[in-house]
Design a protein around this ligand. Sequence first.
Ligand SMILES: NC(=O)c1ccc[n+]([C@@H]2O[C@H](COP(=O)([O-])OP(=O)(O)OC[C@H]3O[C@@H](n4cnc5c(N)ncnc54)[C@H](O)[C@@H]3O)[C@@H](O)[C@H]2O)c1
Length: 248
Amino acid sequence: MNRFTDKVVIVTGAASGFGTAIAVKFAGEGANVVVADLDMEGARSVAAELPGALAIEIDVSDEHQTIAMIDATVAAFGKIDVMCCNAGVPHRGSYMTRMNVDDFDRMWAINVRSIFLATKYCVPHMAQGSSIISTASIGGKRPRPGLTPYNASKAAVIALTRGMAVELAPRIRANCVCPVSAATNFDLQAMGTQDLDEAMEKKVIDGIPMGRRATPEDVADAYAFLASEEAKFLTGVALDVDGGRSIQ
Ligand SMILES: NC(=O)c1ccc[n+]([C@@H]2O[C@H](COP(=O)([O-])OP(=O)(O)OC[C@H]3O[C@@H](n4cnc5c(N)ncnc54)[C@H](O)[C@@H]3O)[C@@H](O)[C@H]2O)c1
């Protein structure tokens, strides 16, 4: 399939995990992709593998850096068709009252403020049929103890998406994806470990009816679908990519 020929797609958090898979998916279907990340070395190495891609260093919580990312994209490609707000951080799983206030503020700025900023500054460059897609989490719908502030930030992503869908219609669609646990750097950070031991892995998988964790490609496929013509009437959707996890 080549659903995104001549489309311009920005992906934040694209140096690793879901973001890399999203960038690869859009580039593989013909898009010019902006690989945006705090980790410039990682962004450069992902972009080097993708035809027509541009690497940009950004802290997504920063207003001036967001404006610079949007300006650099428009200078390079003339427009923005899909804004993928994927960058996000967990915090070490622990009960909320033990969390440090600065860590809370930083996490909230990266997970929530970033979507407000990206939307505010990319919308003026978006034409009819464009879309904004964000990475929420199944924890935003079905929170469990231990990651409460993080889950609340992802509930905020879902609420932002639904409000944006109405405010930006009919020109621009806004949707988000809600993945279940996947084996990325993020997940190991959240668990506070370098590697999941067998017992932890089994506990996670036992809670997922489809019998496995999400992969970055599962998330990238959902992004591509939401950005595509096939989803032209979908807006305000928070699409579960969770193998049925949230049902039980
Ligand atoms: N992995 C999971 O289990 C899981 C589940 C549900 C949702 N999510 C969400 O998926 C998204 C991607 O996570 P991932 O699993 O691919 O993790 P990851 O750690 O592999 O990738 C995150 C990327 O974001 C970048 N990043 C971090 N802070 C940034 C900042 N301030 N500005 C710009 N870039 C920044 C990192 O450098 C990294 O390249 C996040 O929003 C996360 O909350 C992850």
